[in-house]
Design a protein. Structure first.
Length: 288
């Protein structure tokens, strides 16, 4: 809701006098807190109901965390804008002040992300992980109750809620590479809606969109969704775009990591090319 309100604020500035109404839609991911996310069956569980409403004309724009938006959109829909990105890193929260390398041997970490758990297991093979769902308050309560020793989750959501003081450590990118699109917000629209297309284009961040496109094409070529052990982060500066990507084995023992750069106008090709490089050295076998 915070992301949606922020998107509406940007749209209002871009189109003075235009009225907007926020319609709350609960998705399967919101309703079923016991649903496991660590498989490809979890792809789209936070967006499908919004997309159905969009296609049915019940809403005109859908605001998403781009990490949750599948790389293959339903026919009739397209990404109208990428508005902004908060810090894409992952965060560690502990009951004390211990950082990742200071946690006790065999410490139990709570996370709903396979990508996070395998990367952290690669860094420290002694760590153990337990799945955790729910909003920030729910997860923090479980941590304070001692259900696990530390909590790992996206830093972006914590910052947007103004709770960054509760973060023990922002995890370095060389240890934990974020999911494609993590921290970024996108606006989805109907393909033939020229009015919404024109409106959303006014809040589109071109450089950021190119970065997100590279990450999403990298993920798409590897055949993965947001709940598989694939990390990706692109950074566009001037005319150059640099994309980092990783694939990790389920036991965390093997990590394939590469970097690719190219012209910002070729963001899609950069993403595909990096994926091809990882596939050539065994990424497909790890993902299977």
């Amino acid at each position: 809701m915070h992301q949606c309100e922020r998107a509406v604020s940007l749209l209002k500035k871009a189109a003075p006098g235009q009225e907007f109404e926020i319609k709350k839609i609960r998705t399967l991911g919101d309703k079923d807190q016991d649903l496991a996310l660590n498989n490809t069956g979890g792809v789209g569980i936070f967006v499908k109901e919004l997309e159905k409403a969009l296609l049915a004309g019940e809403i005109d724009l859908a605001v998403h965390s781009l990490k949750d938006l599948p790389t293959d959109l339903p026919q009739g829909l397209k990404l109208g804008a990428v508005t902004e990105r908060e810090d894409p890193r992952d965060a560690l929260i502990t009951n004390g002040d211990q950082k990742l390398d200071q946690l006790s041997n065999g410490a139990l970490l709570g996370t709903g992300s396979l990508r996070r758990s395998v990367q952290l297991r690669h860094f420290r093979s002694d760590l153990n992980f337990v799945p955790v769902r729910g909003n920030l308050d729910t997860r923090l309560r479980k941590l304070r109750e001692g259900q696990f020793d530390a909590l790992v989750l996206a830093l972006a959501g914590i910052k947007r809620l103004g709770r960054q003081d509760e973060v023990t450590q922002s995890l370095p990118l060389d240890i934990c590479l974020p999911a494609a699109g993590q921290g970024a917000v996108g606006i989805e629209i109907r393909s033939g809606d020229e009015e919404m297309g024109s409106l959303s284009s006014k809040v589109n961040n071109y450089l950021l969109r190119c970065s997100i496109l590279a990450e999403r094409m990298f993920l798409n070529r590897l055949g993965g969704g947001c709940h598989v052990p694939i990390g990706a982060l692109a950074n566009a500066q001037g005319k150059e775009l640099v994309l980092k990507g990783s694939v990790v084995s389920l036991d965390g023992r093997e990590m394939l990591k590469e970097e690719k750069s190219g012209d910002i106008s070729s963001a899609e090709e950069v993403g595909i090319s990096l994926a091809e490089e990882l596939l050539a050295i065994g990424a497909g076998e790890l993902l299977q």
